[in-house]
Design a protein around this ligand. Sequence first.
Ligand code: 13P
Length: 246
Amino acid sequence: MTKQRLVMGNWKMHGSLASNQQLLEQLIAGLGSAHSHSDVVVCAPHPYLAQLQQILTNTAIQWGAQNLSEHTQGAFTGEVSPLMLKDFGCQWVLVGHSERRALYGETDADVLAKTVAALDAGLTPVVCVGETESEQAAGQTQAVILQQLQSILKLETALLSRIVVAYEPVWAIGTGKSATPEQAQAVHAYIRGLLARHHVAAVQVLYGGSVNAGNAADLFAMPDIDGALVGGASLKAADFLSIAAA
Ligand code: 13P
């Protein structure tokens, strides 16, 4: 089955009103033909979602957030609910990015709760998984991914079929050291197998970790790599456009 390729930018904690506007205008102007084989999404910090809604409505680019609360409203100071993301036109939200897990203590239980909250609100959660360098060295990659995904895999099929999975090996994030296409393909095939056992073969599985204009095409040539979650290179219009067109 051929699925539409999905190229997502994760801006992380970067941007300003002025630089975002310039970047978005360059992306809108540049997308034309690239859009024909990639769906393009950008995930911005919460304060900029209103700006994305204003600039990206009725364009080929969709947008989303990088985190959400598992609650819909209430006394949760500093949190942002899935309904608020919907209010600003988000269709997507990253869940369980390795930086959230490592720096903010998000557990697999938190990731499950946030995934369910996103689905309940009609958002597409992009569930991020991946092993650290030491886990990889110890041959634990599959075990780590199984652990990170197993509670999510127990969701009912109708819900599970609405997620996207992003494989982001921690050792490849922001290091310039991408997984090779073969390394990534092996893990994607494993993830695909887990999903297939739960009857959701059509879920998209993205690769993330030092994706750039030079390596995207080789990664996308792999049968189980359905697109990319791009950090640093998503902040440069020319690089992000080349990845979308790769
Ligand atoms: P880089 O592309 O900067 O390695 O970041 C990957 C990432 O964490 C995307 O979510």
